[in-house]
Design a protein around this ligand. Sequence first.
Ligand code: CDP
Ligand code: MG
Length: 147
Amino acid sequence: MERTLVLIKPDAMIKRLAGNIISDLSFLNLKMIGLKLVNVQRELAEQHYSEHRNKPFFEELIKHITGELHGNENVIAIVYEGENAISKIRNFIGKTNPDDCEPYHLRGKYGKIHTKTNCHETVVHASDTKKSAEKEISLWFEESELV
Ligand code: CDP
Ligand code: MG
C-alpha cells in the first residue's frame, strides 16, 4: 500500500478543470483518503518545491503554485492510497513538459506551456517517490485529516 499527494494547481482551477481531473483520476481505482482547499502561502510553496530552489524557473514556479499568476486561485490537495499509487498517478499525468505528453495523459489533455513566461502549466502535481510522498503528505496534511 502506498500513499501519494496530488495537487490540482491554480492553472487547472482557473480553467475549471478540477472536476474533470478528479473524475479522470477516479478511474485509477485508488482510495481518496484526504482532500482540502488551500490558498498556498509562499512558505509552504518553498518547502514543497525545495528541491528546485536553485533552478531558473523557481520564482515563476512559486508564483504559479501560490496562485499569483492565476488571480490568487487556490489549490486542491488530495491524498490517494492504494497499490503502486505513486507510479500509477505519475504514469497517468505524463511528462513535465505538456508538449511531450500523449492526449490521454492529464497534462497532455489539459496542460500547456505559457507562451510569454515559458511556465509549464502542468495542471497537477503528484509525488514521484515514496520519500517525497511522505515529505509532501506531512507538509500538506495533519495525520488526523486523513480518513
Ligand atoms: O511536476 P514534475 O515533478 O513533473 O516536474 P518537476 O521537474 O518536479 O518541476 C516541478 C514543476 O515546475 C513542474 O510541474 C512545472 O510546473 C514547473 N517547471 C517549469 O515551469 N519549467 C520547467 N522547465 C520545469 C518545471
Ligand atoms: Mg517533481
